[in-house]
Design a protein around this ligand. Structure first.
Ligand code: 5GP
Length: 362
């Protein structure tokens, strides 16, 4: 097995509906096609297209949401996504998703999230730890054990924590509803809030009250920041002091300076940035500048399904493009422990997992 696959990894920026398998998406489209709800031949090429601009990506998300937004499918894709990440030795993932409401099928933001949690419970290929230790009880529905398989070998385990996304199309009230839901679901592994959605839509001030409330209540915050040039938004976002930001592409000099001073960790999504043409070529990616400045960084997939990538692939790409060796890439993955939103017990466990793996590194 290649080292970038076998080494333990931490995923901190993965959108649930962006991580869906192509095969599942096509299957769902075919079923809706047969029911006459969509015309399959119209959407097949949209799903299979490889390179999309950022605008086209958001059109695809609208289609994905038509295909996936019922409770059973949400449960299924959650299970598949966690199993896919675990299969490439991701040992900790923060999965983010936008809670959706659809009155016509009796879906509320809460029932959407319950379907996600059901998906975590449905995973069979690996042990899933999603209930924070301070909330877990002996008769918890998901007992946290690193159980031995029948043959005496340890079973794989993945930690999963959830972030609820606020979509930039939402109103202040809708954003607040998501934050309140996150607070109610803390005992099911919700640790924070993400601001995402089409970056040319919506205004920072619309989301600020909900994000401020979330921060006051002790939820962690990560913001999509600087995906498009927006002088009105980047500095206020950095002033807000989120625990992490995603992308950080279109920054002006002053914004870079403030980012570096603040030491806010950046979630870097190489393939996503290149495929959406937000960055024209990997050799001018800001990863290099931030890495050389020892700025806190973590490699992530963004949308593994939509961009046909995996976290292992992102490590392989970074290694090849930036001339970093196995040991440097391992350290980069290990440093991610410092930026996770789960508690100290999980961090300690991850430290041990990486220490053990480091001994096998040659
Ligand atoms: P979901 O929240 O439905 O599980 O995942 C898909 C959603 O995540 C998209 O509809 C969009 O709101 C958000 N998303 C996925 N990828 C990106 C990205 O690259 N940039 C931004 N700003 N939002 C994204």
């Amino acid at each position: 097995m290649e080292w970038w696959v076998s080494m333990p990894k931490i995923e901190l920026h993965a959108h649930l509906n962006g991580s869906i398998r192509d095969s599942t998406l096509l299957e769902l489209a075919r079923v809706l096609g047969e029911k006459g709800i969509i015309v399959f031949s119209d959407v097949e090429h949209v799903i299979m297209k490889n390179d999309r601009s950022l605008g086209e990506v958001f059109k695809l998300f609208d289609l994905i949401h038509i295909l996936t937004t019922d409770h059973k499918t949400v449960t299924r894709i959650t299970k598949e996504v966690v199993e896919d990440f675990a299969s490439e030795n991701v040992v900790y993932i923060e999965l983010r998703t936008t809670p959706k409401k659809n009155d016509s099928i009796g879906m509320s933001k809460r029932s959407y999230m319950e379907a996600v949690v059901e998906g975590l419970r449905a995973v069979t290929s690996v042990d899933v730890d999603f209930v924070p230790h301070n909330f877990s009880t002996q008769d918890s529905l998901n007992p946290i054990v690193m159980n031995d398989a029948c043959d005496g070998t340890k079973r794989k385990k993945i930690y999963v924590r959830l972030l609820l996304s606020i979509d930039r199309r939402e109103t202040t009230e809708a954003a607040m509803e998501t934050v309140k839901l996150a607070l109610e679901l803390r005992d099911l592994g919700v640790v924070g809030i993400d601001l995402s959605g089409n970056p040319v839509v919506g205004e920072w001030n619309t989301f600020l009250p909900a994000l401020t409330f979330a921060q006051e209540q002790g939820l962690y915050i990560t913001l999509h920041c600087g995906e498009v040039p927006n002088r009105k938004e980047v500095l206020p976002m950095l002033d807000f002091l989120p625990q992490r930001i995603g992308h950080a592409i279109f920054f002006e000099e002053e914004e870079w300076r403030q980012l570096k001073t603040s030491k806010i960790p950046v979630e870097i999504c190489l393939t996503s940035n290149i495929k959406t043409e937000s960055i024209s070529s990997i050799d001018i990616h800001h990863f290099v500048d931030l890495y050389n400045a020892k700025h806190p960084l973590v490699l992530c997939t963004d949308d593994a399904g939509v961009f046909s990538t995996s976290l292992s692939n992102e490590y392989n790409i970074a290694s090849a493009a930036f001339g970093l060796g196995k040991r440097e890439m391992f350290e980069l993955a290990q440093n991610g422990i410092d930026f996770i939103f789960a508690g100290d017990e999980v961090k300690q466990d991850l430290v041990e997992i990486f220490d053990l793996a480091a001994k096998k590194l040659n």
